[in-house]
Design a protein around this ligand. Structure first.
Ligand SMILES: [Zn+2]
Length: 224
């Protein structure tokens, strides 16, 4: 099931991890894809929201991690491009393996047998690139190629694992799950400075906010 956050925005609560469906001015956009076993739930969510699989136009990924790219296999053979931050793109395509020298990279390497490289076109995104109404913000730290997406027209920020929601507040992505926590802190501050205001904020984990999303993020940035 999906929960509507606004007329054109739906939240997938995939038990522990979030994905988002957006009707971006007619371009149906799925953001992140959960774990490998979430494929059916992702497709069921499309019909909950009133769409069919063939209506899907594109997939955006916030970063390469098993719990955000795992469900991609459900879209194999379907002609939709996958957009991802350029430093994580070679991990999605399987051209590169995660680095063993980093604790998070070593973990990614350990679970990589559960991730299949998709057949779809993979489009690397740089900071400032736009896809539909979304602008890409490179926010490294959790992973080197982590990005957030902001749509001003939808008043929506898709935050991936830059932050997580816990007890009604944003928290930085924790050390254990991040490549570099100093970079996470820097990315939160820079993103809070650079991004336009948005109300709806969907983190990769925890409950989305429907109001004052960018303000809540600025509040966190002020404490770091
Ligand atoms: Zn995650």
């Amino acid at each position: 099931m999906v929960t509507a956050l606004a007329d054109d925005i739906w939240w997938y609560d995939l038990t522990g991890v979030n994905a988002t469906l957006v009707d971006d001015d007619g371009a149906l956009t799925l953001v992140d894809t959960g774990l490998p076993w979430h494929g059916n739930e992702l497709i069921a969510g499309l019909s909950n929201a009133g769409y069919e699989l063939r209506d899907l136009d594109r997939i955006l990924l916030t970063h390469f991690d098993l719990d955000h790219v795992g469900g991609l296999t459900a879209f194999d053979g379907i002609d939709v491009p996958i957009y991802v931050g350029k430093r994580d793109a070679p991990l999605v395509t399987g051209e590169r393996s995660p680095p063993l020298g980093n604790h998070k990279g070593a973990f990614q390497r350990l679970v990589s047998p559960f991730v299949d490289a998709p057949d779809n076109d993979v489009v690397p995104l740089a900071d400032g690139d736009t896809v539909g109404s979304f602008t890409t913000y490179h926010t490294p730290g959790h992973t080197p190629g982590h990005v957030c997406y902001v749509s001003e027209s939808l008043s929506l920020g898709l935050l991936g694992d830059l932050v997580r929601e816990d007890s009604g507040r944003f928290e930085p992505s924790p050390w254990l799950l991040s490549y570099d926590t100093d970079a996470v802190t820097r990315s939160i501050s820079e993103f809070a400075e650079r991004a336009p205001d948005f109300d709806i904020a969907v983190p990769g984990h925890g409950v989305p906010f429907e109001k004052n999303g960018s303000e809540r993020l600025a509040r966190l940035a002020a404490t770091l």
